[in-house]
Design a protein around this ligand. Structure first.
Ligand SMILES: *Cc1c(COP(=O)(O)O)cnc(C)c1O
Length: 379
């Protein structure tokens, strides 16, 4: 059976990238690797739309975000963090673990934070050193208007604008320099189309200044060390060589397609999938849907466990379930990274056939037809 992954990390890895990673290992001080590293660093700047450094760490995305807390701040300092789902919640718990005063802005799952909420938090905490936002909250498939909120933060404070771009980079429009962002983190197993194990941290000159006075303890995740090595086209520790070779190949694909076209492709795929889902009477979960992942309410009378096991065992398809209070209530389909139009037709078809097997009454075939019509009308 062919296995098909529709999860928001890990995401499918193109065959050409897998073949590159399977080549014999090379040494990281060798000129051949240095050439790869400098090309990766250049192409990462393109992906983040920045002229500032994008640091590559050997860790998952969470490690990348941890590096920002420990490298930028000092004990007792205040940061504001938006919690609208599992990941936002993590960026409240994590800084508290390190002795930071994390002010939480809670938003209902499926709703994006508003300018009013950010302004109110900044008024109440004028000493806030940073605001953390999740661009695409993966647990709820909800997109935040980072461009607008970055403006609001800049206009109302000196706080650093720090973005969890882990499922947004490569799916949503993102312009680090133009939008005045200070920190943005992504991970390798999301829009970058390679296996898990790397995180990427873009830092502005304001963020670099904050590093110079930061007093939280750190060693491996010290971004000053990463930056010093970066300036010499090097890494402070043994890099994850094979993954960097993989991301080099993936970034060349991204460059060849063009980042603007990639954002458009993600939007098109997300819109076609939504059209298909609504055409069979299913309801979308988010009020501000992400282009990376689409959460859908499970229809009444359908049991998630049974539904998921048919998807997996009969069709070889892995999708994601709901988390926390939405476990068993929603499912999530990802279309982040290496996906095309026919992948959306495939997942809709599998979804329809699975609903039929579960005894759900609906117009089978209408979802696929709606997605096809969307693609035809928006060619
Ligand atoms: C996947 C994800 C993370 C966590 O990344 P890991 O690589 O699992 O550590 C953080 N934020 C968002 C929005 C994510 O989708």
């Amino acid at each position: 059976m062919k296995k098909r992954l529709f999860t928001p990390g890990p995401t499918p890895v193109p065959e050409s990238v897998m073949l590159k990673m399977a080549e014999p290992i090379i040494h990281h001080r060798h000129p051949e690797f240095k050439e790869i590293l400098s090309r990766v660093n250049e192409n990462l700047k393109y992906l983040f739309q920045t002229e500032q450094p994008v640091l590559t760490l050997a860790s998952s995305g969470t490690g990348g975000v941890e590096s920002t807390f420990v490298s930028l701040f000092s004990p007792g300092e205040t940061i504001v963090s938006v919690n609208g789902g599992k990941f936002g919640e993590r960026w409240v718990k994590m800084p508290r673990t390190f002795g930071l005063n994390a002010v939480e802005i809670k938003t209902e799952w499926g709703k994006a934070p508003t300018a009013e909420q950010i302004v109110a938090a900044l008024r109440a905490h004028p000493n806030a050193k940073a605001v953390y936002l999740v661009h695409s909250e993966t647990s709820t498939g909800t997109a935040t208007d980072v461009k607008m909120l970055a403006r609001v933060i800049r206009d109302n404070s000196d706080a650093l604008v720090c973005i969890d771009g882990i499922t947004a980079i490569g799916a949503h429009e993102f312009r680090f320099d133009e939008w005045g962002i200070d920190v943005c983190v992504t991970g390798s197993q999301k829009g970058l189309m390679i296996p898990p194990g790397l995180s990427f941290v873009a830092v502005s000159s304001r963020a670099i200044s904050a590093m110079e006075t930061s007093k939280l303890p750190k060693f491996y995740f010290d971004l000053r060390k990463a930056l010093k090595a970066y300036e010499k086209n090097d890494t402070p520790w043994t890099p994850a060589i094979s993954l960097i070779i993989g991301v080099d190949a993936a970034l060349q694909m991204i460059r060849a397609e063009g980042v603007e076209k990639i954002w458009k492709r993600h939007e098109r795929l997300a819109m076609a999938l939504r059209a298909g889902i609504q055409a069979i009477g299913l309801r979308l979960f988010s009020d501000s849907p992400s282009f990376a992942v689409t959460p859908v309410w499970i229809p009444d009378g359908i049991e998630w466990k049974k539904f998921n096991s048919i998807m997996k065992e009969k069709y070889g398809i892995t999708i994601a379930g709901g988390q926390e209070e939405f476990a068993g209530k929603i499912f999530r389909i990802a279309h982040l990274g290496y996906y095309d139009e026919l992948d959306m037709i495939t997942i809709l078809s599998a979804l329809e056939m699975t609903l039929v097997s579960c005894g759900h009454q609906f117009g089978a075939g209408k979802g696929v037809a709606a997605a096809q019509a969307f693609f035809a009308m928006n060619a």
